[in-house]
Write a new protein. Sequence first.
Length: 546
Amino acid sequence: MYTDDTQEGFDNYNSYDDYSAHTGDPTLDEYNRQHFKMPELVKSFLVYFRNCVSEGLVFELQTLYEQSWPKLTEDYFEKRPWPEEAEVAALVDSDPVFMILYKELYYRHIYAKIQGGPTLEQRFNSFYNYCDLFNYILSAEEPVPLELPDLWLWELIDEFVYQFQSFAQYRARLQKKTPQDLKTLNSNNKVWNVLCVLNVLHSLVDKSNIRQQLEVYASGGDPDSVSGEFGSHSLYKMLGYFSLVGLLRLHSLLGDYYQAIKVLENIEVHKKSQYAHIPACQISTSYYVGFAYMMMRRYSDAIRTFSSILLYIQRTKQLFASKTYQHDQINKQTDQMYHLLAICLVLHPQCVDESIQQTLREKSYHEKMYKMQMGDLQEFENSFVYACPKFLSPCSPEIDCLPDDYSKEAIQHQTAVFMDEVAQQKMLPTIRSYLKLYTTLPLSKLANFMAQNNRNNDGKWDLDKETQNLMIHLLCFKHKMKNVVWSKGSSGLEGKFQSGSELDFYIDNDMIHIADTKVAHRYGDFFIRKILKFEDLNRKLRMLKI
C-alpha cells in the first residue's frame, strides 16, 4: 500500500544534476542518455506506480497521477524526456499494460515540454502505442481488469485527439520536409488517419452503450439498466462519455458543426451531471458547443453556452489555481470564449449576467467590441482567428505538391465563411443604434442618417437609392435577428425559431414603427428570492441549536 513514508519520499525532492537537459548535440545527448543513471526516487515511484495499476488502486493512482508525476516531471524532467521504454521495462518486469500507460505519458510529456516537439518517429510510435491501448480495451471479450482515475481517462482521450490534430498540421507543412521525411509519410499514410481516429472514438462510444445510458439518464431513469456488461464498468463508461466530447472537438476541427452538436444530442451541456465532473472536460465541451452554435448562426444558444461556463469558471476559479496538466489550456480557452462571446453580443445583442458584463467592460474586450460595433471588419477577423479552433483538412496534401504550408488553408476557409456572414451584418449595429432613439421614424430620414455615415468623398448621394439600400438592410435585420433557439427538453439541434432582438419594428408605407422589447432587470424578484433563502438558512440554524 501507499504509506506515509513513501509519500514523504516523493514529496522531498532533491536536484539531480546528472539528469540535465538536451545539449543540442545529438551525439552528446545520446552519450548522456546512456551514461546517466535514473534517480532512485524515480525508480521507486515507477515500481509503486506499476503496483497500483496492477492492483486497481484508483485513489492511490489519482494521487500519483495528479501530484507525484507532475512534481517528478518538474524536478527531474522539465526539459528532457522521461526514461525510455527499455529502462522502465527492466524495473516493472515488462508489464505490458503498465508499459502502454507509461508510454502514453512519456509521449505526452514530449509533446508538451520538449523543445522542438516530437520527431516523426516519436509521432508514429505514439500512434502505435494508442493502437495497442485501444486494442487491449476494445478487443477483449469481457471488460478488462483496469481501473484509472477519471481525470486520466479524460486527458487520455483529449491528448489522443490533440496528437492527431498536431500530426495533421505537421503533415500539411511541406516546406521543411526532407525527401526522406516525405517518403516515410507517403509509405505510412494510415498513421494518424482521420478515419482511424473516428473509428476509435465511435468504437469506445458503442462499446460503452453511453448514448443509451445518457438517454435514460436524461429522462430520469436508471442508466445502469441499459449499460450492458461493458458500460457498467467505470473505465468503459467514462471513456465512452469522453469520446463523445472528443468527437465534438474533432467534428468542430473539420468544420462539421451540425455533426459536432449531434453527437451530444442526449447531453444538456449547461446542466451538471454525474458524467460531467471533470472541469477541463466541461470547459472544452462548452467551448466547442458554443463555437459550433455561433458558426450555425444560433447566437442566442452560443451566448447562453459561453455565459454559463464562464460563470462556472468565475465561481470555481480556485480549482484552477494549481498548475495542473491542462492549466494553460483552460486559461487560453477561457480567454477565447470571452472573445467569442464579445463577437456574438455585437452580432446579436442581449442581456448577460452582470459579472460577465463587468469582465467584458474592464478588460481589453470593451475596446474590441466598440470597434466591431463601428463596423471594423478587421477587428472581427482578428478576434475570430485568435478564438477559433485550429481547423484541419481531412485530406493531407499530396507529397508532390509544391513545398508550402498547407496547414493554414482550413482556417483561411472557415475565416472567409465567417467574414462573409459578418459583412452581411456590417450595417446592422448602426441601424439598431438609430432605431433605439425613436418610436417612429420616416424611411427617408433614416436613409439620410445612413448616407451621412457612408457618403462618398464628393458629397453626392441619391436619396431614392439610399432608401432602397436601407430597405434591404432592414429586411436583413429582421432575418438575422431570427435564430433557432434551444428549448428545455429538446436536443442540442432542436429549438424554436424566434427573434432575439431587443427591439422590433414594422414599416407602414414610408414610416418605421419601433417597439423596444428589452426586458428590464427584475431586481425585486431577485431580492425576494435572496431574502427567502436567508430566512430558510436562519430557520435551519435555529433548529440545529435546539
